[in-house]
Design a protein around this ligand. Structure first.
Ligand SMILES: Nc1ncnc2c1ncn2[C@@H]1O[C@H](COP(=O)(O)OP(=O)(O)O)[C@@H](O)[C@H]1O
Ligand SMILES: [Mg+2]
Length: 396
């Protein structure tokens, strides 16, 4: 079908879109390339609209906004949603999302952003939430249950958007039977709020049989998340510290204040909780979709894969000390060296946080089944990282 890719109220391009596969078959016109998803603007060639790399990257970007093929328990979710592939969902609700403002307008349909966006308009979510997160769920039969921003959520973990008191919240479960992710998210929020780092606030929530983390949407009708992964296309690749420096330079050139300090803060958090998952889609910037101004770094989000989550063994304590720094896997002890002035952090603000975390883990022990040994080890790890950072402060 012929569709116009819209960014809120701005027409970006006209294309022939194949709904079954989620592929843009042919670009028919480009109206406003500056309002296109940042990741594809670099591939645009005004003399050849159907340049392969432009069209392919457009399709890949669009599919990338949907539920990925590596989503935990995808088979079960598809069965419950009564569909064959996540690509079927991509344009079900005009492709609208709660993380950006792009949507697909069928060329001849008289509809505008204000009529349909999910920031103003409620959506039903109970069925999708249960299909995505619950151990027991029925097969969804109502098409209305698929007209939601849940069709466009990225990431590996089972998740669902819900609405409470008008606020859009993202619920995220653990990976397979692991339930530590939500607790790591809450710990990260506590650390960030004590140290004054701009972050997304995660809480523990329990819905029926499900322990999840719950965070408010950090995007509004005027903004979009542009991840570092999207921005890196404009960068030369060096595979070393220069990527980081170049990224900072790009952010500063776009007028973002204190970009370095804010990025450092993210790596300080990653050090403290041993976050292994700071890949390029787990941080980025917020852009104004009306003016295209880069407003700020995105608040710190997605911190669940931490505290040795993948290496837990009841018999023995394994400590993996590797995190992510741009394209590289590196020991946390090395990554932390990007922080120019580690003494600027007042670590006394973290006094008592290990006990606080221990209490939190005990409070939900009846649901998580975490052993006392495991809780103890998680606290040892956290304590160890805080002390390491204190040592670094002494010797720098
Ligand atoms: N609070 C939020 N508000 C808006 N978009 C969000 C929010 N949290 C996550 N997202 C979007 O959803 C994607 C997946 O969420 P994330 O927390 O990274 O999950 P996962 O752990 O599965 O990677 C993010 O990359 C981002 O695009
Ligand atoms: Mg993520």
């Amino acid at each position: 079908m012929k569709c116009i890719l819209m960014n809120k109220n701005t027409k970006v391009l006209l294309a022939e879109y194949d709904s079954a596969t989620g592929v843009f078959m042919k670009i028919l016109d480009v109206y406003n390339i500056l309002y296109a998803p940042y990741i594809i603007t670099n591939f645009y060639n005004k003399d050849n609209l159907n340049d392969d790399s432009f069209r392919t990257n457009l399709s890949n970007w669009f599919k990338g906004r949907g539920i990925p093929l590596w989503r935990d328990s995808l088979d079960l979710l598809l069965h419950r949603l009564n569909i064959v592939a996540p690509s079927e969902l991509l344009d079900k609700a005009f492709g609208l999302s709660l993380s950006d403002q792009y949507w697909l307008k069928p060329q001849n349909l008289d509809v505008c952003y204000d009529d349909i966006n999910f920031f103003d308009h409620d959506f039903s979510y109970t069925e999708f939430m249960e299909a995505s997160l619950s151990k027991n769920s029925k097969i969804i039969t109502k098409d209305a249950s698929l007209k939601t921003p849940n069709n466009t959520t990225d990431g590996m973990l089972k998740k669902a958007w819900i609405i409470e008191d008008g606020v859009r919240y993202l619920l995220k479960g653990g990976y397979k039977n692991e339930l530590l992710q939500p607790f790591n998210e809450v710990l990260a929020s506590e650390i960030c709020s004590r140290l004054g780092f701009n972050h997304v606030d995660y809480k523990i929530a329990v819905y029926k049989d499900i322990v999840v983390s719950k965070c408010p949407c950090f995007i509004n009708k005027d903004t979009e998340l542009v991840t570092c992964n999207q921005i890196k296309n404009a960068m030369e690749r060096h595979n070393n510290i220069n990527d980081y420096e170049e990224y900072i330079k790009i952010l500063e050139n776009h007028g973002i204040k204190d970009a370095r300090i804010k990025l450092e803060n993210m790596y300080i958090l990653d050090f403290l909780i041993m976050n292994e998952d700071r890949h390029l889609n787990n941080f980025g910037i917020i852009r104004d979709v009306n003016t295209l101004k880069w407003l700020d770094l995105a608040p710190i989000f997605d911190n669940g894969q931490s505290l040795n989550i993948k290496y837990y063994d009841e018999e023995e304590m394994h400590i993996s000390g590797e995190g992510r720094f741009f394209y590289e896997l590196k020991p946390f002890d090395e990554i932390i060296n990007v922080v120019k002035d580690i003494k600027r952090i007042d670590l006394s603000k973290l006094d008592g946080i290990v006990e606080w975390f221990e209490q939190l883990l005990h409070k939900y022990q009846y649901l998580t089944g975490f052993s006392d040994i495991r809780i103890n080890r998680l606290c040892i790890l956290l304590n160890r990282q805080i002390n390491k950072l204190k040592e670094l402060q002494k010797y720098n």
